[in-house]
Ligand binder design. Structure first.
Ligand SMILES: [Fe+2]
Ligand SMILES: [Fe+2]
Length: 284
């Protein structure tokens, strides 16, 4: 059983982050979408119309929908079409990501590239495994490190301490966080997911992508994002906060039924995607 004092300390840390630094608010458009879909009378067209009102946002979402992520054979030219083809949850994930794009860009050099790389790798692994939810898993990959954005923007001093320690002692980013802060970006990600009312299926990979063996709700999604994170670090695509490449957790191999020999074909599928994702590196 967990030590009650520790549980209390962590609750306190969670409260502190929330109270003192205020988590970023959910982008207005995402909050609105969540509200209108609760109405059973809402149609795909209503949601499409709402997103389309914001032209900059719609353009970003369409660019992502037409990017190498999804490898569509025909162009998606409207938000309504994206909703029909990719599904509501995926479009919502793209809206969320596009609305926090500037925030991600400002937070840490290379984190956006790390995030889209991890998204692409998550999608590729899911398709390689023959899953029919590759698009949703991709969104989980896109959001997995959002906790680092909060750390960089809301707790800049703590972030600097972490980054210095990573560099000085050659540690993993989350190791340095755990040593210095008593909480890490994965936990912050979970609080953010809760604060933004994201589904638990996305919150779990945010919380457990460094410990996939603990996942209970979507162990496959969490393991895929975990493996994708390792692969994208090994490829040196973007910057996840440290220059280390962890090994894949034995539990993730087992949960996904992957073998080391699967790596090469996965990398071969990923390579062309990463090359064509370059146009998303500046999503203006
Ligand atoms: Fe992470
Ligand atoms: Fe990561």
């Amino acid at each position: 059983m967990a030590d009650p004092t520790m549980v209390q300390d962590r609750m306190q840390a969670k409260k502190e982050v929330r109270r003192i630094k205020n988590l970023p608010t959910v982008p207005g458009i995402v909050a609105k979408i969540s509200r209108i879909v609760e109405n059973p009378e809402t149609s795909v067209n209503d949601v499409g119309r709402l997103i389309s009102q914001d032209q900059v946002l719609s353009a970003k979402v369409l660019r992502m929908a037409n990017s190498a992520f999804f490898g569509m054979s025909r162009k998606i030219s409207s938000i309504s079409q994206a909703l029909v083809i990719l599904g509501f949850e995926v479009v919502k994930g793209l809206v969320l990501t596009s609305s926090v794009f500037d925030m991600i860009q400002k937070s840490m050099a290379g984190l956006w590239e790390h995030s889209i790389g991890c998204a692409a790798a998550s999608g590729v692994i899911a398709s390689y495994l023959g899953r029919d939810d590759a698009e949703e898993v991709l969104v989980a990959g896109l959001l997995h490190d959002l906790g680092k954005v909060v750390l960089a923007l809301n707790l800049p001093e703590e972030m600097k301490l972490v980054r210095d320690k990573v560099e000085r002692e050659n540690l993993y980013f989350y190791e340095a966080e755990n040593l210095l802060l008593d909480f890490n970006h994965a936990e912050i990600g979970e609080w953010l997911a809760e604060h933004w009312n994201l589904p638990e299926s996305l919150a779990e990979p945010m919380r457990l992508h460094h410990k996939p063996e603990k996942a209970v709700l979507k162990p496959e999604w969490t393991s895929i994002v975990h493996v994708a994170d390792v692969i994208i670090r090994a490829k040196g695509f973007g910057n996840g906060g440290d220059a280390m490449v962890p090994s894949v957790s034995p539990a993730a191999w087992e949960i996904l039924g992957l073998k080391k020999t699967d790596f090469l074909p996965i990398l071969e599928l990923l390579e062309p995607k990463l090359n064509s994702l370059k146009d998303l590196t500046a999503l203006n």
